[in-house]
Design a protein around this ligand. Structure first.
Ligand code: SF4
Length: 338
């Protein structure tokens, strides 16, 4: 099966050229796939029967793959599992919240980055997701049409799969694709500097950077990426951008009890981010097996937040969702749970 879902307009044009179909049929196909959301080439009724047959004979299908499993949380969050070629599952988390409905999308099967606190990191890297597999997460869930926002915060480091993720962002925001405003999409990275400049140049989507400590040595303990791509270099790059109105810049900060939740850390964070148009998201840590870290208590998190806010650094505590189904931040892994 050769899936069409996940193809860019240029790739569709290459397909139509290779099958001697008129060039304009590529745009028609994009419309059927991304706007009208048909599940079968046979339903692309403004393509001639002969051209539909050519596509079918060449092995092309729209290519929806339904979730293998779903777990519904008490708070309405749904964790979907999708099968992959690696024999491992990837996960997408649907998070309804009043008038918003966000899907947290995975970009890799596992992850290479080995962050100390992360369940996905513990399972290692099992391969890249294709653009088809990324788009399928968005299209194949029952709530697809009600989605208002997308966050690339699921399994994997999206900038470590930039070739496929960049095509997905193009399809999501292009007029011939889903035609979403980039303001509805956030990419979250730990600061993978190889492709951060590409993202900043090619996309207008919001950016979230996982920082978790203002101190380089402590951050390196939590996130080995710090050694390859120091946060100082990431911040230097971010300071070159105009963040005043184009898009949001957020720093994600998991608050660990007794590790990074005191006034010393708050003041260092304020100093580090001074002058950057950004906000800080404080995230509760969700305990995972074999990791000797605990979450801060809420009073300490509130003190930390207030200190940041008093010094002009906008900070909020992110509501935790889906903890009972292991869907919360840092808990995703491809282990199937009952
Ligand atoms: S936190 Fe993100 S980058 Fe780090 S190991 Fe987990 S999935 Fe990978």
């Amino acid at each position: 099966m050769l899936p069409l879902l996940g193809k860019t307009l240029q790739e569709l044009q290459e397909i139509t050229a290779s099958l001697d179909m008129p060039r304009f049929t590529a745009k028609q196909m994009a419309q059927w796939i991304y706007e009208k959301r048909v599940r079968s080439v046979a339903d692309m009724t403004n393509l001639s029967l002969a051209n539909r047959q050519k596509l079918a004979d060449a092995g092309y299908e729209v290519g929806y793959e339904d979730p293998a499993d779903a777990a519904v949380s008490r708070d309405g969050t749904i964790r979907y599992l999708f099968a992959t070629q690696a024999g491992k599952h990837i996960e997408s988390v649907y998070i309804p919240d009043h008038e918003r409905a966000t899907l947290c999308v995975s970009s890799q099967i596992g992850c290479k980055m080995n962050c100390y606190f992360c369940m996905t990191g513990k399972q290692g890297f099992n391969g890249q997701l294709t653009t088809h597999q990324i788009m399928n997460q968005i299209f194949a869930i029952p709530e697809s049409l009600s989605l208002t926002n997308l966050v690339f915060m699921g399994m994997g480091e999206p900038l470590d799969n930039w070739a496929e993720v960049s095509k997905a962002l193009e399809i999501i925001t292009a007029p011939w694709g889903m035609a979403w405003s980039p303001k509805r999409v956030t990419l979250s990275t730990i600061g993978q500097m190889q492709h951060l400049p590409d993202f900043l140049r090619d996309s207008q989507c919001h950016l979230a950077i996982s920082i978790h400590s203002p101190f380089a040595d402590e951050r390196a303990q939590l996130m080995p990426v710090q050694r390859a791509y120091p946060m100082a270099d990431v911040l230097a790059l971010l300071r070159e951008q105009d963040w005043s109105h184009q898009r949001n810049l957020t720093f994600e900060y998991i608050v660990f009890k007794g590790l990074n939740d005191d006034a010393r850390h708050a003041h260092a964070l304020i100093k580090l981010l001074a002058g950057l148009e950004c906000k800080v998201n404080l995230i509760r840590f969700h305990a995972i097996p074999d990791v000797d870290l605990q979450t801060s208590d809420i009073a300490q998190m509130e003190r930390f937040r207030d200190l940041l806010n008093e010094h002009g650094l906008t900070a909020t505590i992110r509501a935790s969702r889906g903890e009972d189904i292991f869907a919360a931040c840092g808990m995703l892994s491809s282990m199937k749970r009952g």
